[in-house]
Ligand binder design. Sequence first.
Ligand code: PHE
Ligand code: FE
Length: 269
Amino acid sequence: MALAKAKPAVSDYLVTQDWKGYSATEHTTWKTLFERQQAILRDRACNEYLAGVHALDVTAAGIPDFRRLNEILKASSGWEIVAVPGLVPDDVFFALLADRKFPSTCFIRTPAQLDYIQEPDVFHDVFGHVPLLVHPVFGDYMQAYGEGGLKALGLGALEKLARLYWYTVEFGLIRTPEGLRIYGSGIVSSKGESIYSLEAKAPKRIEFDLMRIMRTRYRIDDFQECYFVIDSFKDLIEATRPDFTPYYAELAGLPDIAPGEVIESDRLL
Ligand code: PHE
Ligand code: FE
Protein backbone atom coordinates (compact mmCIF):
# COMPACT_ATOMS: atom_id res chain seq x y z
CA MET A 1 0.00 0.00 0.00
CA ALA A 2 1.41 3.40 -0.97
CA LEU A 3 1.73 5.84 1.84
CA ALA A 4 0.10 9.21 1.32
CA LYS A 5 2.82 11.83 1.01
CA ALA A 6 2.87 14.03 4.09
CA LYS A 7 2.20 17.70 3.43
CA PRO A 8 5.45 19.62 3.89
CA ALA A 9 5.62 21.73 7.02
CA VAL A 10 6.23 25.48 6.87
CA SER A 11 9.75 24.94 8.22
CA ASP A 12 10.56 22.68 5.24
CA TYR A 13 10.56 25.79 3.03
CA LEU A 14 13.04 27.73 5.13
CA VAL A 15 16.75 27.98 4.42
CA THR A 16 19.64 29.84 6.02
CA GLN A 17 21.14 32.95 4.49
CA ASP A 18 24.78 32.22 3.70
CA TRP A 19 25.87 35.76 4.37
CA LYS A 20 29.59 34.99 4.27
CA GLY A 21 29.05 33.41 0.87
CA TYR A 22 28.11 36.61 -0.98
CA SER A 23 30.75 37.77 -3.49
CA ALA A 24 32.17 41.28 -3.71
CA THR A 25 30.20 41.77 -6.93
CA GLU A 26 26.97 40.86 -5.15
CA HIS A 27 27.62 43.36 -2.37
CA THR A 28 28.47 45.98 -5.01
CA THR A 29 25.15 45.35 -6.73
CA TRP A 30 23.39 46.05 -3.44
CA LYS A 31 25.44 49.22 -2.97
CA THR A 32 24.60 50.48 -6.45
CA LEU A 33 20.90 49.79 -5.99
CA PHE A 34 20.85 51.25 -2.49
CA GLU A 35 22.60 54.49 -3.38
CA ARG A 36 20.42 55.03 -6.41
CA GLN A 37 17.22 54.53 -4.46
CA GLN A 38 18.34 56.59 -1.47
CA ALA A 39 18.68 59.63 -3.69
CA ILE A 40 15.37 59.05 -5.45
CA LEU A 41 13.34 58.15 -2.38
CA ARG A 42 14.41 60.95 -0.10
CA ASP A 43 11.48 63.12 -1.21
CA ARG A 44 9.33 60.36 -2.63
CA ALA A 45 8.97 57.61 -0.03
CA CYS A 46 6.79 58.15 3.05
CA ASN A 47 8.48 59.03 6.34
CA GLU A 48 7.43 55.75 7.98
CA TYR A 49 9.37 53.84 5.33
CA LEU A 50 12.45 56.06 5.54
CA ALA A 51 12.40 55.81 9.34
CA GLY A 52 12.39 52.01 9.02
CA VAL A 53 15.47 52.01 6.77
CA HIS A 54 17.21 54.15 9.34
CA ALA A 55 16.07 52.13 12.36
CA LEU A 56 17.26 48.88 10.80
CA ASP A 57 20.59 50.41 9.86
CA VAL A 58 20.17 49.19 6.30
CA THR A 59 22.93 50.99 4.40
CA ALA A 60 24.95 51.00 1.21
CA ALA A 61 27.63 48.87 2.92
CA GLY A 62 26.32 45.65 1.38
CA ILE A 63 23.65 42.96 1.51
CA PRO A 64 22.44 42.93 5.12
CA ASP A 65 23.06 39.98 7.39
CA PHE A 66 19.56 38.74 8.36
CA ARG A 67 20.82 37.84 11.85
CA ARG A 68 21.76 41.44 12.51
CA LEU A 69 18.57 42.81 11.01
CA ASN A 70 16.52 40.41 13.08
CA GLU A 71 18.02 41.60 16.33
CA ILE A 72 16.67 45.08 15.65
CA LEU A 73 13.47 43.97 13.96
CA LYS A 74 12.43 41.49 16.65
CA ALA A 75 13.09 43.98 19.43
CA SER A 76 11.23 46.80 17.70
CA SER A 77 8.13 45.10 16.31
CA GLY A 78 8.25 41.37 16.94
CA TRP A 79 8.73 40.71 13.22
CA GLU A 80 11.46 38.44 11.93
CA ILE A 81 12.96 37.77 8.51
CA VAL A 82 13.13 34.11 7.49
CA ALA A 83 15.14 33.07 4.46
CA VAL A 84 13.46 31.20 1.61
CA PRO A 85 14.84 29.99 -1.73
CA GLY A 86 12.15 31.78 -3.77
CA LEU A 87 8.39 32.06 -3.92
CA VAL A 88 6.71 29.74 -1.42
CA PRO A 89 3.22 28.20 -1.70
CA ASP A 90 0.37 30.55 -0.74
CA ASP A 91 -0.57 28.72 2.43
CA VAL A 92 3.04 28.79 3.63
CA PHE A 93 3.36 32.49 2.82
CA PHE A 94 0.18 33.35 4.74
CA ALA A 95 1.08 31.15 7.71
CA LEU A 96 4.46 32.89 7.96
CA LEU A 97 2.94 36.39 7.86
CA ALA A 98 0.31 35.42 10.42
CA ASP A 99 3.23 34.41 12.66
CA ARG A 100 5.04 37.75 12.05
CA LYS A 101 7.69 36.11 9.90
CA PHE A 102 8.53 37.72 6.58
CA PRO A 103 9.95 35.35 3.96
CA SER A 104 12.87 36.89 2.10
CA THR A 105 14.89 35.55 -0.79
CA CYS A 106 18.68 35.56 -0.40
CA PHE A 107 19.93 35.92 -3.96
CA ILE A 108 20.59 39.28 -5.55
CA ARG A 109 19.92 40.22 -9.16
CA THR A 110 22.83 40.29 -11.63
CA PRO A 111 24.41 43.60 -12.70
CA ALA A 112 22.49 43.27 -16.00
CA GLN A 113 19.19 43.24 -14.06
CA LEU A 114 19.67 46.46 -12.08
CA ASP A 115 16.66 48.15 -13.61
CA TYR A 116 14.25 45.29 -13.87
CA ILE A 117 13.73 41.82 -12.50
CA GLN A 118 10.42 40.02 -12.46
CA GLU A 119 10.90 37.75 -9.45
CA PRO A 120 11.66 39.12 -5.99
CA ASP A 121 15.32 39.18 -4.92
CA VAL A 122 16.91 40.19 -1.62
CA PHE A 123 16.96 43.86 -2.62
CA HIS A 124 13.22 43.88 -3.24
CA ASP A 125 12.44 41.81 -0.15
CA VAL A 126 14.74 43.52 2.34
CA PHE A 127 15.01 47.07 1.02
CA GLY A 128 11.43 47.06 -0.26
CA HIS A 129 9.42 45.22 2.37
CA VAL A 130 11.27 45.03 5.65
CA PRO A 131 11.56 48.74 6.62
CA LEU A 132 7.79 49.12 7.02
CA LEU A 133 7.59 46.06 9.25
CA VAL A 134 9.16 48.27 11.92
CA HIS A 135 6.02 50.44 11.86
CA PRO A 136 3.56 49.13 14.46
CA VAL A 137 0.38 49.69 12.44
CA PHE A 138 1.77 48.48 9.15
CA GLY A 139 3.30 45.47 10.92
CA ASP A 140 -0.12 44.59 12.31
CA TYR A 141 -1.68 45.00 8.87
CA MET A 142 0.78 42.47 7.43
CA GLN A 143 0.02 39.97 10.16
CA ALA A 144 -3.74 40.47 9.66
CA TYR A 145 -3.22 39.99 5.94
CA GLY A 146 -1.59 36.61 6.62
CA GLU A 147 -4.52 35.54 8.76
CA GLY A 148 -6.93 36.83 6.13
CA GLY A 149 -5.03 34.89 3.47
CA LEU A 150 -5.49 31.60 5.28
CA LYS A 151 -9.20 32.37 5.49
CA ALA A 152 -9.44 33.42 1.83
CA LEU A 153 -7.84 30.11 0.80
CA GLY A 154 -10.64 28.26 2.53
CA LEU A 155 -13.25 30.46 0.85
CA GLY A 156 -11.75 30.24 -2.65
CA ALA A 157 -11.22 34.01 -2.65
CA LEU A 158 -7.48 34.18 -3.04
CA GLU A 159 -7.52 36.01 -6.36
CA LYS A 160 -9.51 38.87 -4.81
CA LEU A 161 -7.40 39.13 -1.68
CA ALA A 162 -4.13 38.97 -3.64
CA ARG A 163 -5.19 42.17 -5.43
CA LEU A 164 -5.34 43.94 -2.09
CA TYR A 165 -1.74 42.93 -1.35
CA TRP A 166 -0.70 44.05 -4.78
CA TYR A 167 -2.32 47.48 -4.63
CA THR A 168 -1.28 48.21 -1.03
CA VAL A 169 1.83 46.32 0.14
CA GLU A 170 3.45 46.22 -3.30
CA PHE A 171 2.20 49.33 -5.11
CA GLY A 172 0.55 51.58 -2.55
CA LEU A 173 0.74 55.38 -2.42
CA ILE A 174 -0.06 57.49 0.65
CA ARG A 175 -1.18 61.09 1.03
CA THR A 176 0.95 63.13 3.43
CA PRO A 177 1.14 66.83 4.37
CA GLU A 178 4.19 67.05 2.08
CA GLY A 179 2.30 65.55 -0.85
CA LEU A 180 1.82 62.14 -2.38
CA ARG A 181 4.39 59.58 -1.19
CA ILE A 182 5.28 55.95 -1.90
CA TYR A 183 4.95 53.08 0.57
CA GLY A 184 4.65 50.07 -1.77
CA SER A 185 7.70 47.82 -1.86
CA GLY A 186 7.40 47.07 -5.57
CA ILE A 187 7.77 50.79 -6.17
CA VAL A 188 10.53 51.63 -3.67
CA SER A 189 12.72 48.86 -5.04
CA SER A 190 12.34 50.11 -8.63
CA LYS A 191 14.13 53.21 -9.87
CA GLY A 192 11.84 53.71 -12.84
CA GLU A 193 8.58 53.16 -11.03
CA SER A 194 9.59 55.36 -8.05
CA ILE A 195 9.52 58.29 -10.43
CA TYR A 196 6.74 57.05 -12.70
CA SER A 197 4.23 56.29 -9.95
CA LEU A 198 4.32 59.84 -8.62
CA GLU A 199 5.21 61.95 -11.62
CA ALA A 200 3.99 60.34 -14.85
CA LYS A 201 0.75 61.62 -16.39
CA ALA A 202 -0.46 58.26 -17.65
CA PRO A 203 -1.32 56.18 -14.56
CA LYS A 204 -4.58 56.71 -12.68
CA ARG A 205 -4.24 57.58 -9.01
CA ILE A 206 -7.42 56.60 -7.24
CA GLU A 207 -8.58 56.93 -3.64
CA PHE A 208 -8.37 53.66 -1.73
CA ASP A 209 -11.59 51.66 -2.05
CA LEU A 210 -11.41 48.11 -0.73
CA MET A 211 -14.08 46.49 -2.91
CA ARG A 212 -12.91 48.35 -6.00
CA ILE A 213 -9.36 47.14 -5.44
CA MET A 214 -10.43 43.53 -5.01
CA ARG A 215 -12.16 43.74 -8.40
CA THR A 216 -9.13 45.18 -10.17
CA ARG A 217 -6.78 42.97 -12.19
CA TYR A 218 -3.12 43.87 -12.21
CA ARG A 219 -0.15 43.55 -14.48
CA ILE A 220 3.09 41.94 -13.46
CA ASP A 221 5.09 42.76 -16.58
CA ASP A 222 5.17 46.56 -16.64
CA PHE A 223 4.60 49.69 -14.54
CA GLN A 224 1.11 49.79 -13.06
CA GLU A 225 -1.67 51.59 -14.90
CA CYS A 226 -3.35 52.54 -11.64
CA TYR A 227 -2.31 53.21 -8.07
CA PHE A 228 -4.53 53.43 -5.01
CA VAL A 229 -3.93 56.13 -2.43
CA ILE A 230 -4.47 55.75 1.32
CA ASP A 231 -4.60 58.56 3.87
CA SER A 232 -2.85 56.68 6.66
CA PHE A 233 -1.88 53.17 7.73
CA LYS A 234 -4.50 53.48 10.44
CA ASP A 235 -7.21 54.00 7.78
CA LEU A 236 -5.86 51.00 5.87
CA ILE A 237 -5.98 48.66 8.85
CA GLU A 238 -9.44 49.92 9.85
CA ALA A 239 -10.86 49.46 6.35
CA THR A 240 -9.59 45.88 6.23
CA ARG A 241 -10.52 44.85 9.77
CA PRO A 242 -14.09 43.59 9.07
CA ASP A 243 -14.74 39.96 8.22
CA PHE A 244 -14.30 39.68 4.43
CA THR A 245 -16.60 36.67 4.09
CA PRO A 246 -19.65 38.72 2.99
CA TYR A 247 -17.39 40.88 0.80
CA TYR A 248 -16.15 37.82 -1.09
CA ALA A 249 -19.75 36.69 -1.61
CA GLU A 250 -20.63 40.08 -3.09
CA LEU A 251 -17.49 40.19 -5.22
CA ALA A 252 -18.32 36.82 -6.75
CA GLY A 253 -21.22 38.53 -8.55
CA LEU A 254 -19.31 41.59 -9.73
CA PRO A 255 -17.22 41.83 -12.91
CA ASP A 256 -13.47 42.42 -12.77
CA ILE A 257 -12.09 45.83 -13.62
CA ALA A 258 -9.17 46.16 -16.07
CA PRO A 259 -6.00 47.81 -14.72
CA GLY A 260 -6.34 51.02 -16.73
CA GLU A 261 -10.12 51.33 -16.43
CA VAL A 262 -11.85 54.12 -14.52
CA ILE A 263 -15.30 53.49 -13.06
CA GLU A 264 -18.06 55.88 -12.10
CA SER A 265 -17.46 55.71 -8.36
CA ASP A 266 -13.69 56.34 -8.58
CA ARG A 267 -12.36 59.37 -6.80
CA LEU A 268 -9.36 60.33 -8.89
CA LEU A 269 -6.53 62.45 -7.60
N1 PHE B 1 -10.34 41.19 7.76
C1 PHE B 1 -9.97 40.30 6.70
C2 PHE B 1 -10.83 39.04 6.69
O1 PHE B 1 -11.64 38.84 7.52
C3 PHE B 1 -8.52 39.91 6.84
C4 PHE B 1 -7.59 40.94 6.32
C5 PHE B 1 -6.95 41.83 7.15
C6 PHE B 1 -7.29 40.97 4.98
C7 PHE B 1 -6.05 42.75 6.65
C8 PHE B 1 -6.41 41.89 4.49
C9 PHE B 1 -5.77 42.78 5.32
O2 PHE B 1 -10.69 38.21 5.82
FE1 FE C 1 7.13 41.91 -2.84
